[in-house]
Each structure stands twice: as structure tokens, then as C-alpha cells.
Design a protein around this ligand. Structure first.
Ligand SMILES: [Zn+2]
Length: 53
């Protein structure tokens, strides 16, 4: 069977890799690693800066 609806998995916001979610629904992980979270926030800051120019 194929398909991307494999239970509690969300795509990483940075690399779109499937991220397995913990059992507790209130603690969702949006990135596959801390580094990707930092990258994402770093780029957001860059875009915000460029936007303000
Ligand atoms: Zn990632």
C-alpha cells in the first residue's frame, strides 16, 4: 500500500521529510531536527529583513 497518510506523521517545514509525531497531541513537531528549525527561523528573519528594505 502506498499513500502519504501514514498515521501521525507531518512533513518537516524545512525539508518536507516525514516527521513522526509524539503521542501527546499538544506537542507537535514541525521539523525533523533542531537544525532545521533554526534554519527555518533564520530564513524567516532574512525574508523579513529584505521585506523591510
Ligand atoms: Zn527537515
Amino acid at each position: 500500500m502506498g499513500g502519504g497518510s501514514a498515521g501521525r506523521v507531518r512533513p518537516c517545514k524545512w525539508c518536507h521529510a516525514p516527521v513522526r509525531q509524539p503521542r501527546s497531541w499538544w506537542r507537535r513537531r514541525r521539523y525533523c531536527s533542531k537544525r532545521h528549525r533554526r534554519w527555518y527561523r533564520c530564513w524567516q528573519a532574512v525574508w523579513t529583513f529584505l521585506d523591510s528594505l
